[in-house]
Design a protein. Structure first.
Ligand code: DGY
Length: 326
């Protein structure tokens, strides 16, 4: 059969070459920017399958505008950009890319933790401005990491991988997970599953790894930040809206908590007013999975998911299996 496929952003070359070799008609957005909702709706007209990214809002209006599309293969593990119930109602398959980005994202969470705790970015800027005049006993004192308490909010694949790395630093690991127990975390690090309130009160470092849903929106809000230790450091590599960023700006400004490391933002790509002026936050442009190997594996996975649906097979990473029975 002649398949028509649309890819909404430039992706690693091996996956694009592979897809191009498998389908008859193939279109990639040539510009290095997200499509606007109306551009997206127009570009995917007549397509059978779409590889989309977390910047593409796939909602009822897009689904209605492109009724030929059988699959949206999201190039991300998170799929909060897609209205899954609406897709399911129309029997449109939604797929994601779990597993292949676990280690890269966990590594980046630790990079943020180290950078925030040891003030790496501030110290680097200080050097570049020529302000280093010699070793000083009180210069850039940060927070200890080894032996302290790490709280993981959401112990799925990535949360578990972050927690496992804490073993190397002889840390006590707590985790709060609505969905499931992490046996690996408990076995390898003697992690304790606790209620979120207890985790917030006890942890020196709190790392967020929950998916963004209606239930996790502002899961870390003002009352939760109030419960944290004064020296606490908050890391978010999951999704921005899980943390109330205005409340976080206030808490960082008043030193209610010590620092934060953020790879994701509530109104991404914008940052809330005042955030960028604070010295005690490290901010990154959503690069958790951004290694060459990881992004290539994600792209191949998205391509394979898409092709499976077009060929009438169950895709390996189907988010809405209800479409098979409904
Ligand atoms: C994801 O996959 O959900 C990340 O946020 C982007 O790689």
């Amino acid at each position: 059969m002649a398949f028509q496929v649309c890819v909404t952003r430039e992706l690693p070359r091996p996956a694009l070459d592979f897809l191009r070799s498998q389908v008859q008609s193939f279109r990639v957005n040539p510009e290095d920017r997200a499509l606007t909702p109306s551009e997206l709706a127009a570009r995917i007209q007549g397509c059978d399958g779409v590889v989309c990214t977390l910047n593409d809002r796939i909602d009822a209006s897009v689904l209605d505008a492109a009724p030929t599309v059988k699959v949206f293969a999201n190039y991300a593990v998170g799929y909060n950009n897609i209205d899954v119930p609406e897709a399911t109602r129309r029997k449109v398959a939604i797929t994601n890319t779990p597993g292949v980005l676990t280690d890269a994202t966990a590594d980046l969470a630790w990079a943020l933790l180290f950078a925030a705790a040891r003030r790496v970015v501030e110290a680097d800027a200080f050097m570049r401005r020529g302000r280093f005049k010699g070793w000083s006993p009180m210069l850039f004192l940060g927070s200890d990491i080894t032996g302290r308490t790490l709280g993981i909010v959401g112990a799925g694949r990535i949360g578990t991988a972050v927690g496992l790395r804490a073993k190397a630093f002889r840390m006590r690991v707590l985790y709060a997970s609505a969905a499931r127990r992490s046996e690996a975390l408990e076995r390898e690090t003697a992690a304790q599953r606790v209620a979120l309130d207890e985790l917030l009160r006890e942890s020196d470092f709190i790392s967020v790894h929950a998916p963004l849903t209606d239930r996790t929106f502002h899961l870390i809000g003002r009352p939760q930040i109030e419960q944290m230790k004064p020296g606490a450091i908050l890391i978010n590599t999951a999704r921005g809206p899980i943390v109330d960023e205005d409340a976080l700006v206030e808490a960082l400004r008043s030193r209610r908590i010590a620092a934060a490391g953020l790879d994701v933002f509530e109104d991404e790509p914008a940052m809330k007013p005042g955030l960028a002026d604070l010295p005690n936050v490290v901010v990154l442009p959503h690069i958790g999975s951004a290694t060459i190997g990881t992004r290539t594996r994600m792209a191949m996975m998205a391509a394979e998911n898409l092709l499976a649906v077009l060929r009438g097979h169950r895709p390996p990473n189907l988010v809405n299996p209800e479409i098979l029975t409904a």
